[in-house]
Design a binder for this molecule. Structure first.
Ligand code: PGA
Length: 309
């Protein structure tokens, strides 16, 4: 059946009022226009929908069915209109974001504040490493991603919004702690606990070592920052991690930053979406919020965000 929404709308009015003249008035149409729509609809259905007995109109059995469908279709459309209105005014909506494991520390705080400003929205957050984030973007499975600088050969739109300094940390009693500056040559003699292949931090560290022509000796690799920091606390090796993950350990003094030549490694956090992606109203607002507020959130929570001098 090839019926139109206009035909359904006209039919709904006629069936409800059982009167062509009143239906025409309500719809601001002429009576012949209304009769024509009903006639076309009956042709589509290939059966009568309305019958006239004496002066009165009645719905046929099929007409009753059609009326039920017409009413629920129109109600759905009204609901849709209302939902769109609420989404536009951010009274509802679902935000789907994915973030690099390393960014999780500050993103949770950012989301906490954002959710207070927009209490009616729901959020899903995927926390994973860089390589998996690129897959998520590729499959168009989220609105926005927060990660280190994305590779250029992907069709992505990305905006940097916060520095991400990577620092060398160790057990507080390590012999390098407190030295004014450790040379890269000396650093290269150390063994490291490091992130897994596929992590953005890991590839930035490897790139740094190879750019400086020094060897990067890894003792263990682990798939999350917490495990790495724990291993460094247990003196299993030095670690190079984002300063943004060190809030608790620096406060509790279970880890110390070592001053190393040419450190920190400066990276940036980017907010990333697929090129050409049409963001929902809530995703658009979250993107702006992130760009404006991320640094402030770090300051307000007293989280380290700028590298130590
Ligand atoms: P990761 O994130 O090390 O947790 O993968 C950092 C990044 O994307 O650069």
């Amino acid at each position: 059946m090839n019926l139109t929404f206009r035909q359904l709308k006209v039919f709904e009015a006629v069936a409800r009022l059982l009167n062509f003249t009143r239906a025409a008035k309500e719809l601001h149409l002429s009576q012949p226009a209304v009769s024509m729509q009903i006639k076309q609809l009956e042709e589509q259905a290939d059966t009568p929908l309305i019958e006239k007995l004496g002066k009165k109109l009645y719905l046929t059995e099929v007409g009753h069915e059609m009326y039920n469908y017409a009413r629920s279709t129109m109600q759905q459309l009204l609901d849709l209109e209302e939902t769109i209105g609420q989404m536009k005014t951010l009274q509802q909506g679902h935000l789907k974001i994915a973030v690099a494991s390393t960014a999780n520390h500050f993103v949770i705080r950012l989301l906490g504040r954002f959710a207070k400003v927009h209490p009616k929205i729901s959020i899903s957050l995927d926390v994973t490493n860089r390589i998996s984030l690129l897959d998520i973007l590729d499959r168009n499975e989220c609105d926005l991603v927060i990660m280190g600088r994305p590779p250029v050969n992907y069709k992505l739109t990305s905006v940097p919004f916060l520095e991400n300094p990577l620092v060398v940390v160790s057990h507080p009693e390590h012999k390098m702690v407190g030295k004014t500056q450790v040379s890269l040559k000396d650093l290269a003699k150390q063994e490291f606990v490091t992130r897994e292949l596929g992590s953005g931090t890991r590839s930035a560290v490897e790139r740094f070592f190879s750019d400086h022509n020094i060897e990067f000796k890894t003792k263990m690799d682990m798939s999350n920052n917490r495990a790495i920091k724990h291993a460094a606390e247990e003196d299993l090796g030095l670690a190079i991690v984002s300063l943004h993950t060190l809030e608790l350990e620096l406060k509790a003094k279970t880890l110390e930053i070592i001053n190393v030549e040419d450190f920190p490694i400066y990276r940036h956090w980017y907010i990333v979406q697929r090129e050409g992606k049409r963001l929902s109203p809530i995703a658009t607002v979250f993107k702006e919020y992130t760009m404006q507020e991320a640094k402030k959130v770090m300051q307000d929570f007293n989280m380290p965000y700028a590298a130590p001098k």
